[in-house]
Design a protein around this ligand. Sequence first.
Ligand code: LLP
Length: 434
Amino acid sequence: MHYFVYCNGTLHAEDVSIPAIAEKVGTPFYCYSTATLTRHYLVFREALQGLDASICFAMKANSNLAVVHTLADLGAGADVVSGGELELALKAGVPANKIVFSGVGKTEDEIRLALNYDVAQLNVESEEELDTLSRVAAELGKTVRVALRVNPDVDAKTHDKISTGRKGDKFGIDWELAPRLYKKAGALPGIEPSAIAVHIGSQITSLAPFEAAFKRVHDLVVMLRKDGHKIDHLDLGGGLGVPYDHGNDAHPPSPAEYGAMVKRTLGDLGCKMMFEPGRLIVGNAGILVTRVISLKQTTNRRFVIVDAGMNDLVRPAMYGAHHEILPVMEAPPSPGASPADIVGPVCETTDRFAQDYRLPPLAAGDLLAILTAGAYGAVMASTYNARPLVPEVLVNGDQYAVVRRRPTLEEMVALESLPPWLADTKAYGRRRAP
Ligand code: LLP
């Protein structure tokens, strides 16, 4: 459910027409909808009613300050995986006591930063990290709540590249080792072990893998409590999938079904629960708007070449992900339209948003919207081919604002400098033309 809808034949984000934004901002650009963000957050919160639950938005999905601020105003905390995300979460108004620091490789500096800000919890991913955390906490005279992130050895049945909970994946602590580490953690200074964390992957479209992982967590908690350990928090990660390509992909379970499953499997433990949804909150709340540069017919294929590229939205190139694409100007269904590949201008064959895709007849200058681009879109963008990062626009009702502008070329190269041996342009010229 989202608020990108046609109104009098033109795609709108809430009450704002997409061509009007394109006119002002230029293309390509990301466009987010406040009403959609809000709705997703509230629907998820509603699904967790009856649990002592907090929602820590996974900043890795979208760390735009305005987006995170919108969620923070609704009461969201944040799940961060770097010092940068931690600083951004705080800047966006998320209080430190609602921030969980997870991530498989935290540097000592990042651990120190998190402890100095007094974040709510650190999720530990290895014995070595536990030792480092204890040492740094003791140095700073702090005690921090710690979750052991366990690897439950469950296949999330999602894309291989975004599965995280199988034996052999780099994430978490083998769940068989957790009792020993938990005991060790209890004896270390600066550490207050009181939680188990688990996250088995992303874009998960059935409840079964969640349930298998959560049952394992349940058994572990019972076992640890028998050993005399206190466990009063669970961090259940994110991962619930969203529909990307209507009609074509598996329909993910609803948040309500997910919430009911959590209650069923873990509700009896009396733990406070944290959830780290990313995609579920922001995925369908964003689109990438792009303009057709040209049409190209080769002997055997038709291409629509657009001005957005894999550097702007890498998911199709990286994971073979499908995103639904809509013409911004509504057109009656044209079953006769021949399929085309929708491709970007980047010099890579994999720079392709869709293959054999049917769209109404298009011409250079037409606008297209690539849907469900709010999660893992802008955050994964790069400047490959010296293409500037695209702007991000946030709509709220009939208002919109550019919440990240397009950088100038000067800004893009501002961090570069010539080494002394090239700084003299005359010498440089001589080297180039002997
Ligand atoms: N918590 C942890 C520990 C995570 O590693 C992740 C995602 C999340 C929460 C949020 O998961 P979500 O609710 O968004 O599924 N770039 C990939 C997705 C990578 C997900 C990484 N971890 C993609 O575009 O599909």
